[in-house]
Ligand binder design. Sequence first.
Ligand SMILES: CC(=O)N[C@H]1[C@@H](OP(=O)(O)OP(=O)(O)OC[C@H]2O[C@@H](n3ccc(=O)[nH]c3=O)[C@H](O)[C@@H]2O)O[C@H](CO)[C@@H](O)[C@@H]1O
Ligand SMILES: C=C(OP(=O)(O)O)C(=O)O
Length: 429
Amino acid sequence: MDKIRIVGGAPLNGTIPISGAKNAALPLMIAGLLTDETLTLENLPRLRDVQLLFQILSNHGVDHAIQGKRNGQDDMTGQTVDLSARAIVDTTAPYELVSKMRASFWVIGPLLARMGEARVSLPGGCAIGTRPVDFFISGLKQLGAEIDIEGGYAVARAPKGLAGGRVTFPKVSVGATHTVMMAATLAKGDTVIENAAREPEIADLARCLTAMGARIEGAGTSEIHISGVPRLSGARHRVLPDRIETGTYAMAVAMAGGDVTLDGASADLLDAVLDVLRGAGAEIDVLNHGIRVRRNGHGIDPVEVTTAPFPGFPTDLQAQLMALMTKAKGVSHITETIFENRFMHVQELARFGADIRLDGETATITGVERLKGAPVMATDLRASVSLVIAGLAAEGETTVNRVYHLDRGFERLEDKLSRCGAEIERLSA
Ligand SMILES: CC(=O)N[C@H]1[C@@H](OP(=O)(O)OP(=O)(O)OC[C@H]2O[C@@H](n3ccc(=O)[nH]c3=O)[C@H](O)[C@@H]2O)O[C@H](CO)[C@@H](O)[C@@H]1O
Ligand SMILES: C=C(OP(=O)(O)O)C(=O)O
């Protein structure tokens, strides 16, 4: 398996282009199942998760065509892809595919809405907690589906089609909100989703569904109203910029020092994160076309942060912030409230000489003067990138093993960082 080798110590200077958001791209691609016309997605990131989802969708009968050719090594822009689900040939999403990626479970909503049946393996994905699917099941049942778990599969049926209903989630869930919203677009009558996730990726999906002819109001707030329509058409939609990739590189600059423009980033998606970074001593300027992040000379100040659903501080940036705080001038506290087991980076950060103590859902990080490079490995995507960030600021050589996870969610990571002066390369196995 490939590895990433880093020699730390170089500041980052230059421009990093921000890709389309993985967590928007995946539900948008799944929305392609809702229509027999072509859905064209622009700015789709080139990621392992996107590739895997092409495979899963093609198993259901969705064709995809990538427009144009990649423009050599210098092309850093996302791809434009046509998705066509003219006929759904199979309503089963098999274990071998779904177990590799959590979001693939979300096909259950569109398949049920369009075909009246779906048989979807219980999902896998990042090992960051138990991640049950009870909200999906209760939500879809509110729309009239019958669902049983049989042999590790959620087997769902709605022989007379779905009907609108009131869905109240006990806890905010991004995936359950995406799934019920997609299912409700083709249900008979009106649906209300209460305690809906407010993440920008929900609003992005709703914009795309609306362009396809869906009738949705309130996406981006905690109450979404959907009036079902008999069919959806094709549309063209541009995937919004990746706020987690943006925050990750902003933290890398705050940690390694330097001056980087995150081109194409949208500051509106990152208010809570930018406030924390300012509090940590980074200079942040919001530009028309992106965000400029600087830290020159000033040390890193400690912070107190608790993760929360949007608009709070995202759990997907918790590991990266923890890496940053390992070199702060004092003691920081980071509390994780979304996933019960999202601290796998703690023991790996310790290999660099970081001082982190865990007590339940709170990590206490006492900043150290110097980190030293080490061989490290992580078992989830954001934990893996937190090790890259630490490696950039550590003295000497770091090897990040199991690059598989990084490739799930970061487009050309080593390319983007090395263009800004980092000494980072991929070692192919
Ligand atoms: C592809 C994608 O967009 N993934 C994101 C999505 O994951 P995902 O959609 O899986 O995360 P959720 O928002 O559903 O999870 C939030 C919490 O709800 C719990 N829960 C969820 C569903 C359910 O049926 N029952 C239940 O108990 C989960 O275990 C977790 O504790 O949102 C997370 C929270 O912002 C992010 O970290 C992930 O990067
Ligand atoms: C947890 C993540 O992804 P997934 O939900 O696909 O596991 C993530 O993007 O950080």
